[in-house]
Write a protein that binds this ligand. Sequence first.
Ligand SMILES: NC(=O)c1ccc[n+]([C@@H]2O[C@H](COP(=O)([O-])OP(=O)(O)OC[C@H]3O[C@@H](n4cnc5c(N)ncnc54)[C@H](O)[C@@H]3O)[C@@H](O)[C@H]2O)c1
Length: 420
Amino acid sequence: MAIESFDIKDRSLAGAGALRVEWAAREMPVLKLIRKRFAEDKPLAGVSLGACLHVTTETANLVTTLVAGGAEVVLCASNPLSTQDDVAAALVAEGIPVFAIKGEDNKTYYRHIMSVLATGPQYTMDDGADLVSTLHTKKRQLLKGVRGGTEETTTGVIRLRNMARDRALAYPIIAVNDAQTKHFFDNRYGTGQSTIDGITRATNILWAGKRVVVCGYGWCGRGIARRAQGFGAHVIVTEVNPIAALEAVMDGYEVMPLLEAAKVGDVFITVTGDISVLNTPHFKLMKDGAILANTGHFNVEINITALEKLAKSKRRIRPFVEEYLFRDGRCLYLLGEGRLINLAAAEGHPASVMDMSFANQALCLEYLVKAGRKLKPDVYPVPEHIDREIGRLKLQSMGVVIDSLTPEQEKYLRGWVEGT
Ligand SMILES: NC(=O)c1ccc[n+]([C@@H]2O[C@H](COP(=O)([O-])OP(=O)(O)OC[C@H]3O[C@@H](n4cnc5c(N)ncnc54)[C@H](O)[C@@H]3O)[C@@H](O)[C@H]2O)c1
């Protein structure tokens, strides 16, 4: 793989980016341990990797870990608005080809994906499955050289499972999102905190006393609802899954149809992985001044085309805040062009939680390389021993000690004869 080119906003931002990457590294002790071992053992020697991830300080730490292990990595953004331009510059200064510019249009976004694919990677590391889907639709001739991949997020895993069901997936991919040390923590605590952070930075609203409507009570929705409540908001949850809705009720939130919530909400946050969750009928009912934000993977959860059609005019009133003025005099405020607000208007998840997500990525790539061509094309779970080891190391890094089973307890838990 001979890569010399890159496409980033400004190389002179490298110094500032490097400092922020160093700061994030302080909160990533598990990845640091992996990097140390990788640097000694070089388990990724000769491996070429095409990565499509949010270009953040945490991702930079992942990429340098993989490079320490011997991999050649080429990186593009997994969202047009999530790139941190200083981090992209810092990586380029380290000799890593990066194709990512914050605010790039859709055409550039896909051109950057194509630039990564043009290097003919043996492995893919994706967040949302745009790299994998482009590879399978527009660059099929490269598939024979690809040995495996990993996927970071819920939406990507859903797309990959759909590909596997349709027998369209050409190589094995590990669903990193489904590791317990990933979605229990990253989706819940990471998205919970950083979504509130993104909306706060974009608007500077006071959360206390606001009616916050969380659409989708999955792993991310649970975290957002809890954090909004912690700030003093009155949280309303909307769902389509009866069990998730029941959990929200028993967690103490109001649950109602979105058409009802639309009339009372001050802030709406979509996090479903679904399409057109907020749509024309809801926009028509919303109060003047309602704020609309999405933190699900794609910018399809809020029907922006419908919003544009309804509005008489629009203007940018603050960075990341678009004001839509309706004929009846109401205004609705769309944040971050409907793209995941925690990465568009803030810095994404804190490093401490990405430590576990990216430890999974690094160890799963190593696992795939070791497995060679043994795995058939399909979507695979993260091996349990990797998941548990990451949990153990994270606890250790936090100075938390737990108990272990006594021989008597181990025997009892394996048996079935002993009762009352
Ligand atoms: N912003 C981020 O940094 C970030 C981080 C992790 C995941 N994500 C993305 O967030 C989204 C949600 O992820 P998750 O892990 O919480 O998924 P999940 O599957 O755990 O939860 C999604 C929930 O949304 C509900 N839902 C689906 N359609 C709905 C509708 N029309 N109305 C109301 N509820 C609906 C589902 O029933 C489910 O309970 C995905 O797109 C994922 O990729 C974003």
